[in-house]
Design a protein around this ligand. Structure first.
Ligand code: MG
Length: 242
């Protein structure tokens, strides 16, 4: 009986391992007939590649609104936007995405009250924005954390006032027809070009002092920037849908 259970276990493990290796048999190795990837003109120094949707180019907030549908009222000046009153979210909804966003915190406050804002993927899953340069706080709430879930692998923060970058690759959760979770969300984050979240599996929506369970939601939802009552700035925001 025990041997049989072990055998079943081994077979299950082998089947799982086999299932994880993609089937590439549709193409011979180095097959010249394999379709060439689309050509995209890359940006330079963080500027948008040619196939990106530019969400903020420094000039206006036409692609953003408040939760209640009012036009976004954050201050726009000198090529950046600054948190003023109320979170803002994109008019367009997104699911899987590559996101580039630049931000700078004010040089004020401490702990969670130093430039706190946040990038809420699908209006639900927060990658924290915070001054984490010589400003300790709980690790799962520092800059580049998945708030309440994962501290960043390292602290790549620049001092407050300096521009910083996030490059985020997000894979949305999937739900079955009954509304049950079929596949959790995953996120990869580079902070100032350094890998800080390596395809981490999200446990559910972002909560404060809580880790809520997944709730079924649409395949695409807006990107939201948090207002935490501090004048954090953003610029050069673009998205590529995946
Ligand atoms: Mg936040």
């Amino acid at each position: 009986m025990t041997a049989r259970l072990i055998l079943i276990g081994l077979l299950t493990t082998a089947a799982t391992a086999a299932a994880q290796i993609p089937d590439l048999s549709a193409w011979e190795v180095h097959d010249m007939d394999r379709p060439q990837p689309p050509v995209v003109t890359p940006g330079s120094m963080g500027s948008a590649p040619s196939d990106a949707i530019v969400l903020f180019d420094g000039s206006d907030l036409s692609q953003w609104q408040h939760r209640d549908g009012r036009a976004a009222s954050w201050t726009v000046k000198d090529g950046f936007m600054e948190v003023t009153t109320g979170a803002i979210m994109t008019r367009q909804a997104f699911g899987d995405m590559q996101l580039h966003i630049e931000w700078a915190t004010p040089n004020s406050g401490d702990g969670q009250d130093s430039g706190n804002s946040g990038v809420y993927l699908m209006n639900t899953y927060e990658v924290q924005v915070l001054n984490s340069y010589e400003n300790p706080t709980y690790p799962d709430g520092m800059a580049a954390s998945v708030y309440g879930q994962y501290p960043p692998l390292i602290n790549a923060s620049r001092p407050p006032g300096e521009w910083q970058t996030y490059d985020i690759i997000f894979r949305r959760p999937h739900f079955d027809d009954a509304g049950n979770l079929a596949m959790p969300a995953r996120v990869t984050v580079l902070h100032n070009g350094v890998l800080v979240q390596d395809s981490v599996v999200l446990t559910g929506p972002t909560g404060h002092r809580s880790r809520p369970a997944y709730k079924t939601h649409a395949d695409k939802l807006p990107l939201l920037l948090q207002d935490h009552n501090e004048p954090t700035r953003y610029r050069n925001i673009w998205v590529r849908e995946l």
